[in-house]
Design a protein. Structure first.
Length: 361
């Protein structure tokens, strides 16, 4: 699918022990209505990096994985020519094509790739393909050039100043992708949307953030995402401003807003952290947490046997709140209710994976 660009609208095994197999998510099929709602596994703020490229004569390769829409200002020239918020290679005068290798900040199962040629009109590549591989450890750029890749997007045509979305059905876990452009030119952004498949072997018998996107958690339902994505609330790191958290529209109906997090693995939540960072005049007045245990990867409904983790509790603006939780019941999903509306910078749910309950697959 190709979308014209509209600038105005526009997340080692212990010595002597073999590594545990990594859980591959299967809850969101490759035919999901809009896989672009899944996290961008390659995003720079999630730890993604362009570790190698054949050329970056006109514009730097790291721009491919920057957050946000590409920017542009006509008539801004530097030593490399017109300044572009993207990756641009020189005009190729010999056989071959240009390429860039991206380390995914959060390894996982790729469901869609977006190649955005925003602002590149007379210098975009006419064709593109994408390959992916799974590489253990911390491979060098030279080692990645020799890795065995699987084609996930066949050679496909591109147009200028447009977003191109390519569905991916490979279904395997990948740690790196290689963007191939034929023969040369500029690409503003590369988005690699999918489900995180984290290697949690090093966390055996240790607490972890069961709600962390980088550990494999996912927001699967939400009442409202007017100002920003609910995925932000479980993203790595701390939010730098309001747009890096979750914020809803103002409610006028007497209800309240909420979201549901599918935990990275089933577990017992011991500590909840609700951070209203940067939300000063739009923080919720209060929040509550409930949980459900639904085996088999199904999504919980109203009759899923929800139980209370945190009763309705007053929140303060721009504050990190931590609450010790009682109880020993394992959960697969947690629902956050905010009253009546507003937003949250981050939600952290620290706990212990439930042994024998799918915590390690």
């Amino acid at each position: 699918m190709t979308t014209p660009h509209h600038p105005a609208s526009a997340p080692a095994a212990a010595a002597g022990r073999p590594p545990a197999p990594v859980r591959v998510p299967a809850t969101v099929p490759a035919t999901a209505p809009d896989p672009r709602r899944l996290p961008d596994l390659a995003l720079r703020s999630y730890g993604g990096s362009v570790v190698a490229a054949s050329d970056e004569s006109f514009a730097e390769r790291q721009a491919l994985v920057r957050p946000g829409r590409p920017a542009f200002q006509a008539g801004t020239f530097g030593p490399r020519g017109q300044v572009y918020d993207g990756w641009e290679t020189r005009r190729r005068r010999e056989p071959g094509h240009d390429w860039a290798v991206v380390r995914l900040g959060m390894p996982g199962v790729v469901r869609a790739v977006v190649v955005d040629t925003a602002w590149f009109t007379g210098n975009y590549p006419p064709f593109v393909s994408v390959e992916a591989c799974e590489a253990a450890g911390y491979p060098s750029a030279d080692e990645l050039r020799e890795a065995s890749y699987t084609e996930i997007v066949p050679r496909s045509p591109l147009t200028g100043d447009s977003e191109h979305t390519f569905p991916v059905t490979a279904g395997s876990r990948f740690t790196h992708v290689r963007l191939n452009i034929f023969p040369d030119g500029g690409v503003a952004r590369l988005r690699v949307h999918g489900e995180v498949a984290a290697d949690l072997a090093m966390h055996d018998a240790m607490p972890l953030d069961l709600a962390a996107l980088e550990n494999g958690a996912l927001v699967t339902a939400c009442s409202d995402a007017f100002y920003s994505s609910p995925l932000n609330v479980i993203a790595p790191g701390s939010p730098r401003h309001q747009a890096e958290g979750w914020e809803t529209a103002r409610r006028r109906d007497g209800g309240n807003d909420w979201l549901v997090v599918r935990l990275a693995v089933p577990g017992v939540v011991r500590v909840a952290e609700l951070d209203t960072a940067n939300l000063v005049y739009n923080a919720p007045g209060a929040a509550s947490l409930t949980a459900a245990h639904v085996p088999g990867g199904a999504e919980p409904g109203p009759d899923a046997g929800w139980f209370e983790l945190l009763p309705r509790t007053r929140l303060q603006p721009d504050t990190r709140h931590r609450f010790r939780l009682a109880g020993e019941r394992p959960a697969t999903h947690v629902r956050l209710d905010i009253h009546p509306d507003g937003g949250l910078g981050r939600l952290r749910l620290y706990g212990i994976p439930a042994p024998g309950d799918g915590a390690r697959v």
